[in-house]
Design a protein around this ligand. Structure first.
Ligand code: ADP
Ligand code: 5GP
Length: 210
């Protein structure tokens, strides 16, 4: 049981496509019941095996425009010619309940989230161990056409150039090692004094009994 009440945090993971965000996210979600995934909306078509409502909410351009215009998106961006955005309500609800939220969003979304909720955001950038390995992972994922893989490789340098905007940088060589590193970051960030909003009460009770 937690003795001290705390505020939830927003854990953002960005990387060039294929570096391993999705794999690392799934491992973290399986290992830690206090963090939930923010499921984005997107206008891109589902990949084989992707499930609507779990991986993304797959929506039309018209629906996307409506959500954006109503202010229902916490952030949004155009990536590879498709639109992606974060629904606002689930994030607000999780934070209020003291739960953490995990985001797989690009550097544009990370900047917007940082501007909107600065104190609550923790940013992790995932790098591939080499360009060769990145290409192999994109091809090995076997979900995209050769031209899509080429497009993603061409955009990788652009995405990577934003690494200095992140709080932590992890090279995803060994998946087990990278997972442990992410869990360590989450543990430490949860223990930050300002996030432990119940500390004053806890210490007051503690010292009264001394
Ligand atoms: P992203 O979400 O960043 O686009 P994925 O998680 O889909 O990347 O990973 C791309 C591919 O690389 C997948 O086939 C995944 O299984 C593989 N992969 C991820 N991390 C590693 C790793 N550390 N070692 C080897 N393969 C990996
Ligand atoms: P993919 O099509 O491979 O699932 O995602 C492509 C890129 O879009 C990735 O870099 C991913 O992080 C980013 N992305 C996914 N959802 C969102 C979102 O809601 N907002 C933003 N800004 N980027 C997103």
């Amino acid at each position: 049981m937690n003795h001290v009440q705390r505020r939830g945090l927003l854990l953002v993971m960005s990387s060039p496509s294929g570096a391993g965000k999705t794999t690392l996210s799934r491992r973290l979600l399986a290992a830690d019941p206090m963090i939930t995934m923010s499921v984005s909306v997107t206008t891109r078509a589902p990949r084989p095996g992707e499930v609507n409502g779990r991986d993304y909410h797959f929506i039309t351009h018209e629906e996307f425009g409506r959500l954006r215009d109503r202010g229902d998106l916490l952030e949004y961006a155009e990536v590879f010619g498709n639109f992606y955005g974060t629904p606002r309500r689930p994030v607000t609800e999780a934070l209020q309940a003291g739960r953490d939220v995990l985001f797989d969003i690009d550097w544009q979304g990370t900047q917007q989230l940082g501007a909107a909720m600065q104190d609550d955001v923790v940013r992790i950038f995932i790098l591939p161990p080499s360009a060769e390995e990145l290409r192999e992972r994109l091809i090995g994922r076997a979900q995209d056409s050769a031209s899509t893989v080429a497009k993603r490789m061409a955009k990788a340098a652009d995405e990577i150039s934003h690494w200095p905007e992140y709080d932590y940088v992890i090279v995803n060589d060994d998946i087990g090692k990278a997972s442990v590193e992410i869990e360590a970051i989450l543990t430490a960030e949860r223990l930050r004094r300002r996030r432990q909003v119940g500390l004053t009460d806890f210490v007051r009770g503690l010292t009264k009994a001394l």
